[in-house]
Design a protein around this ligand. Structure first.
Ligand SMILES: [Zn+2]
Ligand SMILES: [Zn+2]
Length: 143
């Protein structure tokens, strides 16, 4: 029997946090990748925006360091998971969307074939942040 690292034709992606203690694998398609300029994402990333994508939870597997993954409830029912040693943001979960996680794309080490589709919450973007691409822009969530 052949052992495949592919599921439904998707290559497996690998990622880790800054200190390397937490390592994970992604075994399914990342959907609805957006640049989120909202104030909470800006603070959570310490940057102009967060780049996040949807993933079925069953396709997100922590293979090392799960004991270092901790969470912060950033809004009722919304949890941001990060490495308690180095602070890298890894995923978020929302009680209203069971079975799904949103992965922080900056922690993925392998090339991915999916691409960002839009800028969201551009009405909240930092005044020093200039958007210079042609992706659609939304003032709240992508419709
Ligand atoms: Zn870490
Ligand atoms: Zn956001």
């Amino acid at each position: 029997m052949q052992v495949l690292s592919q599921d439904m034709g998707y290559e497996m992606y690998k990622g880790s946090c800054l200190c390397g203690d937490i390592c994970f694998e992604i075994t399914g398609e990342i959907k609805n990748i957006v640049y989120c300029h909202c104030s909470r994402c800006r603070k959570a990333q310490g940057s102009a925006f967060a780049t996040n994508g949807n993933l079925e939870e069953k396709h997100f597997n922590i293979i090392q360091g799960e004991q270092n993954l901790t969470k912060y409830e950033s809004a009722p029912g919304e949890y941001k998971y990060f490495c308690k040693k180095c602070g890298s943001p890894i995923i978020s979960k929302n009680d209203a969307k069971p079975g799904n996680v949103r992965v922080r794309l900056g922690t993925i080490e392998t090339d991915i074939k999916e691409k960002p589709e839009a800028h969201i919450f551009v009405s909240s973007k930092a005044n020093w942040d200039e958007i210079n691409d042609r992706l659609p822009r939304y003032d709240s969530y992508k419709s």
